[in-house]
Design a protein around this ligand. Structure first.
Ligand SMILES: C[S@@+](CC[C@H](N)C(=O)[O-])C[C@H]1O[C@@H](n2cnc3c(N)ncnc32)[C@H](O)[C@@H]1O
Length: 212
């Protein structure tokens, strides 16, 4: 699985990368009220959401497995990060953005500090079923107890394809956030924004945003 992500970055197969800030982050920006916050962006790729979050005055901590993705993030923005080794993790920092290069499961609270917001976009859906429950438990254990999450997932007809990106049912995500108030903020069919999936035969492609 990890090799798949290294190859995708090497080959430039990064169709998931969006050059604009994610629209749900803008629509539900009240998630970030009463800041500034320390925002974790797990499985961050080279998401420009991190730039936007930093511009809003927040401290940003991304976590990404593939060094090439981290290097591209900083070079695309003309930033020269300081780089430090912390055990299995390589830390890149420029201004209020830190990216930890390593496996999310190797990250603990000593790496990320006191996280009170988590923005998960194309992260939970990138992981196979057998890792998703431990992934969410891990995030819940390394963030502060009262940290708020905003999670963006996809829902589609799984008879057309299996992921990644994976389809996440409402029951599944409810299971991961058991014991917390989980709200579905929006669920919209955005198939027209995903021509690649329309070409594969999908008749709908629902984008769902939850807060917890
Ligand atoms: C679908 S991409 C999404 C990237 C980013 N969230 C975005 O919105 O553009 C998933 C990213 O997770 C990274 N990744 C996959 N498994 C990981 C792991 N175990 N730990 C950290 N990063 C991982 C991949 O290299 C890839 O960049």
């Amino acid at each position: 699985m990890k090799n798949l992500w290294h190859s995708r970055w090497q080959e430039g197969k990064i169709g998931f990368h969006n050059s604009d800030v994610h629209s749900d982050l803008l629509t539900y920006a009240s998630f970030l009220d009463d800041g500034p916050h320390r925002v974790l962006v797990p499985l961050c790729g080279k998401s420009v959401d991190m730039i936007w979050l930093a511009e809003q005055g927040h401290e940003v901590v991304g976590v990404e497995l593939v060094p090439l993705a981290v290097e591209q993030f900083f070079s695309d923005k003309g930033l020269s990060p300081e780089i430090q080794k912390q055990g299995a993790v390589q830390l890149y920092r420029a201004g209020s953005i830190t990216i930890l290069c390593g496996d999310i499961f190797d990250i603990d609270q000593s790496h990320i500090g006191e996280i009170d917001r988590v923005w998960d976009r194309a992260a939970l859906v990138a992981l196979p079923r057998e890792l998703r429950s431990s992934y969410v438990s891990h995030l819940r254990s390394i963030a502060l107890d009262n940290a708020r999450f905003m999670i963006n997932v996809f829902r589609y007809d799984t008879s057309v394809m299996d992921g990644p990106p994976h389809s996440i049912s409402d029951e599944e995500i409810q299971e991961y956030f058991a014991g917390r108030e989980l709200s579905l903020l929006s669920e919209q069919d955005k198939l027209s924004d995903y021509p690649l999936f329309e070409a594969r035969g999908h008749k709908y492609w629902n984008v769902c945003t939850y807060s917890a």
